[in-house]
Design a protein around this ligand. Structure first.
Ligand code: TYM
Length: 338
């Protein structure tokens, strides 16, 4: 039997990178799942507070993110959908795992190094929660005995850490209590920012034009893609190294709908070679709009169904708690806590 687990931080409306890199796969896995597969998807609100959040804003974001998971096509009758903080076992397993996790390994994690690069000399300001972020992520996955974790490329290192923690725990306690999970990186592994194509598209970048949100109107999508940073080289070619802006647009086109009609981005680019930059952008905007317009409509619907959202969250939490209970019993027994 397979168990799929993945998570997303409820820190705003998800963007096209989240969708192509992860969320779309969650739905594909759900819809194509054989009978003996469990699917568990979490809004990881405890991860969201590893950086300062406004409480009112966070509450609203949690609601919007849940509505969005339903809007993209996750079905609470097929997938367990829940807020991480509703299931205390995640935090509880995290504590037990942090008694195994190496601080040396955690200190080498890219996300930690990136987020703290500017505060190197002020360890007073660096928060323990941010440092131990990957331990909580490992607990999310391991507590549900996940076999497969669909994510974008930026999570690969965290997944490797989760396997390391699982293997270390099993080794220490001499039993196969935890299951080291497999990483499933989606084909759209890294969608880049529209304003800075050397950086990944992210929810936290200060420039809202750097990302397309799944709730953006057609007009907004067009405007943002029109403003995307490209270059002044004639013609269209796929060359992520030297032409990152154009190549990101080709990637988006490819992952939105050209695949599998074209075997690769290179082949797609050959058919686009004669287009002007403007024509390419029109085509990309059109394709993105077609890919996400059904999501926007359905999101608007779910956002107004407060009672339904509460019900989905409550039922999801109940099922997730059950899924976690088996592991907690085995872990506590292995450690000697029970
Ligand atoms: P988060 O909330 O940053 O992103 C959610 C998912 O979207 C993917 N993603 C991208 N993929 C391609 N291109 C991009 N520009 C892009 N930006 C984001 C991410 O890879 C991710 O799959 N730490 C995780 C949340 C988490 C989690 C977990 C994931 C907590 N526990 C357990 C998997 C399993 C995060 O911050 O994702």
């Amino acid at each position: 039997p397979r168990t799929i687990f993945s998570g997303i931080q409820p820190t705003g409306v998800p963007h096209l990178g989240n969708y192509l890199g992860a969320l779309r796969q969650w739905v594909t896995l759900q819809d194509g799942a054989p009978r003996n597969t469990s699917l568990v998807y979490s809004l990881v609100d405890l991860h969201a507070i590893t950086v300062r959040q406004d409480p009112k804003q966070l509450r609203q974001w949690k609601k919007e993110s849940l509505a969005m998971l339903l809007a993209i096509g996750l079905d609470p009758n097929k997938s367990i959908i829940f807020h991480q903080s509703d299931v205390p076992a995640h935090a509880e397993l995290m504590w037990i795992l942090s008694c195994q996790a190496s601080t040396g390994y955690l200190g080498r994690m890219t996300q930690w190094k990136d987020k703290t690069a500017n505060e190197k000399d002020s360890s007073e300001k660096l928060k323990l929660g941010l440092f131990s972020y990957p331990v909580l992520q490992a607990a999310d996955i391991l507590v549900h005995r996940a076999t497969h974790v669909p994510v974008g490329h930026d999570q690969a290192q965290h997944l490797e850490f989760a396997r390391e923690v699982a293997n270390g725990f099993n080794h220490t306690f001499g039993r196969d209590v935890l299951i080291p999970p497999e990483t499933m990186i989606s084909p759209a592994r890294r969608v880049m920012s529209l304003r800075d194509p050397m950086a990944k598209m992210s929810k936290s970048h200060p420039d809202p034009n750097s990302r397309i949100l799944l709730a953006d109107s057609e007009e907004t999508i067009r405007r943002k893609i029109k403003a995307a940073v490209t270059d002044s080289v004639d013609g269209i070619t796929y060359d992520p190294e030297d032409r990152p802006g154009v190549s990101n647009l080709i990637d988006i086109l490819y992952h939105c709908d050209a695949h599998p009609a074209y075997p690769s981005q290179d082949e797609l680019a050959k058919d686009l070679a004669g287009l002007s930059m403007r024509a390419l952008k029109d085509r990309v905007a059109e394709t993105v709009q077609t890919t996400i317009k059904h999501i926007r409509a359905s999101y608007a619907h779910f956002l107004n169904e407060n009672d339904d959202l509460d019900k989905v969250a409550a039922q999801g939490a109940e099922k997730a708690a059950k899924s976690a209970a088996t592991t907690m019993k085995a872990v506590k027994s292995a450690v000697g806590l029970i």
